[in-house]
Design a protein around this ligand. Structure first.
Ligand code: AMP
Length: 409
């Protein structure tokens, strides 16, 4: 299968050839014809599968075939809603890359930065807007944007939007978009909440699912090392040093945990930066740029970074602890093994995370066998007794962890 056989505009096909994309990925093969036929789409696709191009290319094609009236600058033709600023930037960069050589204008709107600069861009006119829900509503309230000519509405990482509690914002946006629009919904994980959402958003959608439900990218090797909690930092520094790893992404559950680990690794002479929701937008962008350029060896992040980070060469992801929300495991390890590259995802497992590992295994529908790393074997004398799986205590522990997981990270 080639891109030209998908009936995309020749300018887009040329750009893809320049980018070195030899053939469409499975999600692109499935989704592009549906979107070109102006049908609604419900797509289950993980990050790293090429899903951004799967919706960006047919949207650009549509705008080239039927350009927006330039005399109505506050109107937009396509809107992509995303949960985080990082994902907004990543999606915008992809659109800009694919729109090269066309006169289609791509705009972006996210919070944490000046609203005025964004308004100035809208006055000149844009065709496609990538936005986080809160900032989009601010613009709509101010009258800086008008969605009456909207043809295509995309929800990217819809599952994450629900996790982050954006339902009210989504409802408010929906009140302002035309009923006869085309709607595309992309989600890494498909569950009951997504089906319920899809019912209220989509009209007779086509279903596309490229990987088995809730599976991880096939190229990612997953290893779980059992280790004592108090030796995790030592173990991580040993792995990075002895194997000379670069561009390692480590996930920790809390901002405090992230800051502490980054400090400890820096003390051990491993160039590390912290990445979490407390950093200003400017600081986040700088850290990401330094990481992509290899100026820092390790990025320690909360799950905020689990979406939207697109570094094709990223080979190593380490879960310093398991996430409280089992689905986040898939998003975390989806940061590696992108676009067909091999990846290694290592989880540091200590006894207190036994229930969380069980939940991850349930989501994956697969066992993740634990291994020992020579020299870092767990000390059985220190181990707490394992909680009985369905005991009252175990249920309580789960409820507590869920509550904690719901807090802003
Ligand atoms: P995504 O799943 O949209 O985050 O894309 C993951 C990565 O795959 C990005 O770096 C894209 O530039 C790249 N990519 C997307 N489509 C293709 C393709 N057909 N061939 C090669 N690389 C691709």
């Amino acid at each position: 299968m080639s891109f030209s056989s998908l009936s995309l505009h020749s300018q887009l096909v040329n750009t893809l050839a320049e980018l070195g994309y030899q053939q469409p990925t499975p999600i692109q093969v499935e989704a592009i014809p549906v979107i070109l036929a102006k049908q609604d789409l419900m797509a289950g696709a993980q990050t790293g599968t090429g899903k951004t191009a799967a919706f960006a290319l047919p949207i650009l094609h549509g705008l080239m075939a039927e350009p927006l009236a330039k005399e109505s600058p506050r109107h937009i033709g396509a809107l992509v809603l995303v949960p985080t600023r990082e994902l907004a930037v990543q999606v915008q960069q992809s659109f800009v890359k694919y729109a090269k050589g066309t006169d289609i204008r791509i705009g972006i709107a996210y919070g944490g930065v000046s609203i005025d600069a964004q308004v100035e861009v809208f006055k000149v006119g844009i065709d496609v807007l990538i936005a986080t829900p809160g900032r989009l509503l601010d613009h709509l309230r101010q009258g800086a944007l008008n969605l009456k000519q909207l043809n295509v509405l995309v929800f990217d990482e819809a599952d994450r939007m629900l996790d982050m509690g954006f339902m009210d914002e989504i409802k408010a946006v929906l009140k302002q978009v035309p009923a006869n629009r085309q709607t595309l919904l992309f989600s890494a994980t498909l569950d009951d909440a997504i089906f319920t959402l899809s019912k209220s958003l989509l009209r007779e959608p086509k279903w596309v699912e490229v990987a088995k439900r809730n599976t991880t990218a096939a190229q990612v090797e997953q290893r779980v090392y059992a280790i004592d909690s108090d030796r995790k930092t030592e173990f991580v520094s040993h792995l990075i040093r002895s194997q000379n790893w670069h561009q390692v992404l480590i996930f920790s559950r809390t901002k405090q945990g992230v800051d502490k680990l980054a400090l400890q690794l820096n003390k051990l002479d491993i160039a590390t930066q912290a990445f979490h929701g407390d950093l200003s937008q400017g600081a986040r962008e700088k850290v990401l740029q330094d990481f992509k350029q290899g100026k820092i060896q390790v990025l320690v992040a909360t799950d905020v970074a689990a979406r939207g980070l697109d570094i094709v060469e990223l080979q190593y992801v380490i879960n310093f602890e398991l996430p409280f929300i089992a689905e986040d495991y898939i998003h975390r390890i989806g940061r590696t093994g992108r676009a067909g590259n091999a990846g290694l995802a290592i989880t540091l497992f200590s006894q207190e995370d036994a229930l969380l590992l069980e939940e991850v295994e349930a989501v994956l529908d697969k066992r993740l066998p634990q291994q020992w790393y020579p020299g870092f074997e767990p000390d059985f004398n220190k181990m707490a007794p394992e909680p009985r799986r369905n005991s009252k205590a175990a249920q309580k522990q789960r409820a507590k962890k869920r509550a904690l997981g719901g807090k802003k990270r």
